[in-house]
Design a protein around this ligand. Sequence first.
Ligand code: ADP
Length: 418
Amino acid sequence: MRLTAARLGVGSAIALLVAAALGHALNATAIPIAIVATLMLVTVLALWHLQESSMPASALSPSTSADAARHAMRTRRLAGQLRALRNAAAALPDALVLLDREGRVRWFNDAAVRLLGLRRPQDRRIMLSARLVGSTIADWLAGSDTEPLDDVPAPADAALHLSLSLLPIGRDQQLLIARDISNLNRLEQVRRDFVANVSHELRTPLTVIHGYLELLDPEDAPALEPIIGEMRLQSRRMAQIVEDLLTLSRLETQPRLVEEHVAMPALLATLRKEAEALSHGRHTIVVEAEDAVDLLGSLKELHSAFSNLVSNAVRYTPTGGRITIRWRHTPEGLEFAVIDTGYGIPASHQARLTERFYRVSSSRSRETGGTGLGLSIVKHVLNLHQARLTIASEPGRGSTFAAIFGSERALEPGARDA
Ligand code: ADP
């Protein structure tokens, strides 16, 4: 019975390891499969050990030679399957390190040697955090953070970049999985450079086209007036898309921002003026700021993000609607919110709104001069402030877009950084 369970475990684990390797090759995530495979490896090892240690004396010295031969054959087959399983785990491209409750190394595969610099046999049973001391990985292992660690240099080769996660296995083991993401990073960099270069290259010809269109006087050829008007509108749209793409590229390549004391009353007053200019009196615009608190951040980027939220509220709220710009200190943190009584957004679209060019209604976005990049810019700016965006919306009733900042960013009004 135990033998069958062990064999089943070996078979499934081998299949999973092959799937994991395939998944890796196809650039799909192999991590969940690798976990299951390792779990099975651990189970199989335990079953094997159990079987060996609990084998009755009669089984160890079988009474008949036929029994003895069958037993020897089964043992050889199981040992062979175990070896295959270990070899497959060893060959996985992701580094796998099995740790005990204290964080001591119990087992690791070949990729752990290549990526984490572990050595055989010296590093068996040593504390992994002590072995990697001085690296970000050691601090992360020693801390209580259960979140994955993304994009850190590999201890064995700083040119490689790793993404790590730590998963509990049973009550007293953990599995460390480290994946080499250097190629993904490179591809991402190629994509970023391409978008930045294309946007940059388009800027000059667009400025020229736009300039000449402005020089054309529709009165010289009245029949062409609607065409010239449409061409001007579209060239302005293109220029805005290019500017937004360049803003996104700049935000993506900026690891951190220069932060300053942002005086919120002044910023809120500017936002109100911008909203009124955009609304042309079609909406009621209200600013609510009862808590006297300022914000630590980048004024330029925050202004751009908050303006996007305000402009969306104006553009997606029909005439007669109300737009509230609210700033307050809540138990959750500092909250900048824009609340409108506009069209609202169906729940199925809400999770994707911050994706580039994602629009609920393309025609409505275009009619109102949208580029489809506003919320993407908002998300990037908030990420650079370790803040998050929450969206609450109901079709036909309106939306609330709120940026939540950590309370550690609260500043006393009037005080300025040195
Ligand atoms: P756009 O330039 O199209 O407005 P955004 O990235 O700013 O691009 O917004 C993405 C989409 O989210 C919009 O096209 C619109 O469908 C929806 N949206 C954003 N803000 C609101 C809002 N306040 N009310 C309703 N829909 C909104």
